[in-house]
Design a protein around this ligand. Structure first.
Ligand SMILES: CC(C)(COP(=O)(O)OP(=O)(O)OC[C@H]1O[C@@H](n2cnc3c(N)ncnc32)[C@H](O)[C@@H]1OP(=O)(O)O)[C@@H](O)C(=O)NCCC(=O)NCCS
Length: 165
């Protein structure tokens, strides 16, 4: 397994991993390219490598299969797990063939280590039914009280936060 910092040239991979992270296939979006037309998702990746962006890429045998990354959002363009303008939000996706191998854990641990130098905390948004919640809890993320919300499709999500320092 390898984990390395995400470079600006990794934007294409991040679109593919955003596709996994956002359950876009299940929501009827048929390719990562079509995420670009969904602003509430596209802003997690668009223009990757901007100031404040931080990410890691990982995989096996030199083949990237996952990524975890952070981006700051403002009150005028909040992402799903927005807490405040100083707290970056995490997105993570691992390709189906790489799941359950420890890659997600390794990506998050590496990202936390780098992020600690720069940020006090990290937030994320996750569906209540997503097994990824167990991973986040194991790594120290806690629910933000009162952050639960139900979208039009009836899916419940919650915002979680990890304090880094
Ligand atoms: C969540 C995800 C990044 C974890 O990566 P991974 O390499 O499978 O993670 P690890 O092998 O290090 O850890 C396994 C943990 O991931 C979670 N997990 C396992 N399969 C999962 C799946 N299909 N979907 C979501 N989470 C999963 C569980 O918490 C599991 O822990 P458990 O074995 O105690 O239940 C990856 O499964 C994934 O991309 N899932 C689909 C997209 C997604 O849900 N992204 C997060 C949106 S908030």
């Amino acid at each position: 397994m390898f984990v390395r910092p995400a470079e600006p040239t990794d934007e294409k991979l991040l679109w593919a991993m955003l596709y996994e992270a956002s359950y876009a296939r299940e929501n009827g979006i048929d390719s990562p390219d079509h995420l670009r037309g969904t602003p509430k998702l596209a802003h997690y990746v668009e223009g990757w490598g901007a100031a404040g962006d931080l990410g890691v890429v990982g995989g096996f045998d030199g083949v990237p299969l996952g990524a975890a990354w952070l981006r700051l959002f403002g009150p005028d363009d909040p992402a799903y797990g927005y807490v405040d303008a100083d707290t970056p939000e995490l997105a993570i996706g691992v390709a189906p063939e790489g799941r359950g191998t420890g890659l997600g854990t390794a990506l998050m641990s590496a990202l936390h280590d780098t992020a600690r130098e720069k940020y006090d905390a990290i937030s994320l948004s996750v569906r209540l039914e997503n097994p990824a919640r167990r991973l986040y809890q194991r790594l120290g993320y806690v629910d933000v009280p009162g952050s639960g919300q139900v979208n039009l499709a009836g899916t419940a999500s919650v915002t979680m936060v990890l304090r880094l320092r």
